[in-house]
Design a protein around this ligand. Structure first.
Ligand code: BT5
Length: 319
């Protein structure tokens, strides 16, 4: 985040309706009046409305409904120490975050976007990312072995649900890492990792949340605006989701998925239902009563030949 720009914004906000002169701002921040003017122009380019009156100075009017670092950072709970970037349009926040991770970016670096032109889902699938959503990717560097990484994606989905519940929504989870609302997909999680022999080098946890149909509506998608009135602002959604995801994933990395198992199972849809689990080719790998998850996040399906623990697959209701 450009900290000077954030400081100018904070000072403008603090001045309220009375406004503040360019000279006073410059003096307080230890920069020139020209520099103040440049930061105000940059804020306007981002969508902030700032009045300027000769003689009386600048007056903050409104902030854009975008997940900009300046908007998200003040809403994060104290515990989240994150370095937020982006907030406008990009190709894929996961690609951006991976590039930063490879370049040595610290754990806690986050790339935010209001739109993506090349959003990615799992297994080569796409993630439609029009305006009206929040797209965020977080660089983590957990001290774990590579075989301990897959449950982080389940933890991330749980974290998204935690965060969205804090906004008043009531999402459920679909194993392994979908977040649903009223049968539609509200959010998705894409975990990508890089490992060395002695453990994980970095993990990028990407989350896409559908907030409103401001852009083109996605078939099969659910939107927070279907349940929440007024629709929460994108920055509030981003902060809630980042708080939820960073806390749940960090817990999972430190203590193992087992500590989240009960909370995950309680939010899991289809428990007690007859399900079919298929692999990528559509071959049935398990069929029976969905019982929940085990200590490592595997789905337990009790079929005619006893319980099976499923590592990966697509779950549907059995007709
Ligand atoms: C996911 O994949 O659910 C993971 C999505 C992760 C997206 C985030 S956004 C920020 C970060 N940057 C990225 O580039 N990606 C991450 P998967 O389980 O494979 O689901 C993909 C499927 O969901 C698609 O094939 C569509 O059927 C459906 N889909 C696509 N866009 C959707 C949307 N906006 N809402 C609901 N469903 C969607």
């Amino acid at each position: 985040m450009t900290s000077r720009r954030a400081e100018v914004l904070a000072a403008l906000r603090a001045a309220g309706d009375g406004g503040v002169s360019g000279e006073a701002l410059a003096g307080r921040l230890g920069i020139s009046r020209v520099a103040v003017g440049k930061h105000v122009s940059a804020l306007r380019t981002l969508g902030y409305v700032v009045d300027a009156r000769p003689g009386s100075g600048y007056r903050f009017v409104s902030a854009p409904d975008l997940p900009l670092p300046e908007e998200v950072a003040p809403l994060l709970r104290g515990g989240s120490r994150l370095d937020l970037r982006g907030g406008g349009e990009t190709g894929s926040t996961n690609d951006d975050a991976k590039r930063l991770a490879v370049g040595g970016a610290a754990a806690g670096t986050v790339v935010l976007a209001a739109r993506q032109t090349a959003g990615r889902g799992r297994l080569g699938r796409g993630w439609e990312s029009p305006a009206g959503g929040v797209y965020a990717s977080w660089v983590a560097r957990p001290a774990i072995a590579v075989h301990q990484a897959p449950p982080l994606a389940l933890a991330a989905a749980l974290g998204v649900a935690r965060g969205l519940r804090g906004l008043g929504a009531d999402p459920v989870l679909k194993w392994p890492n979908d977040v649903l609302q009223g049968g539609g997909k509200l959010a998705g999680v894409l975990l990508e990792v890089s490992a060395e022999a002695d453990g994980l080098e970095w993990a990028v946890v990407g989350v896409g949340v559908n907030v409103s149909r401001a852009g083109s509506a996605v078939p099969g998608a659910a939107y927070l605006s279907d349940r929440l009135d007024p629709t929460p602002r994108l920055a509030a959604v981003a902060a809630a989701v980042l708080d939820g995801v960073t806390s749940a994933v960090s817990e999972c990395a430190r203590k193992g998925f087992g500590v989240l198992r009960d909370e995950y199972a309680a939010a899991l849809a289809l428990v007690g239902s007859e399900v079919v689990v298929r692999d990528l080719n559509g071959t049935v790998i398990a069929s029976g009563d969905a019982r929940g998850v085990d200590e490592s996040g595997r789905l337990i399906v009790k079929g005619s030949e006893g319980p099976v623990a499923v590592v990966a697959g697509e779950v549907t209701l059995r007709d």
